[in-house]
Ligand binder design. Sequence first.
Ligand code: SF4
Length: 203
Amino acid sequence: MKGMTITYKVKNGLYVNMTNRCPCACTFCLRQNGDGVYGSDSLWLIREPTVEEVCGSIAAYDGQSFEELVFCGYGEPTERLDDLLKVASWVKASRPMPIRINTNGLSDLINGRRTAPELSGLIDTVSISLNATSAEEYNRLCRPRFGMRSYQAMLDFTGDCVPYVPNVIMTVVDVVTTPEQQEQSRRIAEGLGARLRVRPFEG
Ligand code: SF4
């Protein structure tokens, strides 16, 4: 069922759901396995909220404190990068807290430009889904609409974030990777100046 869940709480974080668009169709995506996450209402949006609506939704939590604000949701946040940065700028100015983007790392292909520098000063953590150790494996798992160039673009974006964002993390999902793949992923992440996090499957 579609609704208008713009923000939702996960543990000590406030999560922001700005779009359902995504250039990937990952085989393990939560979107393919249910409606809401962590007890939230449906994250399928009737329509994309405006920047003002997103800010209003965040402001409704005033009085509560959060460890961080996370752009995540049922879709790829950088599909709305310009609006996301407007929201981040408003948050930084009015109710400072660390800001993270959970992303597939395809922002440059989505937006048609080099986007990492735009995150500078606004985004504290970028968490990029590495998911695979080769372009072939990545395409099999993530099925990006940009095809074979996607994997390298994701790696380039990660390395590009390092000078601009204090914490750059790459993630792999535990149940779809072997310990060997996780070790290889760690080397890839560290080679780009990022850290690897093996995250639990949440489907
Ligand atoms: S990139 Fe994220 S939102 Fe998009 S299909 Fe993959 S898991 Fe789902």
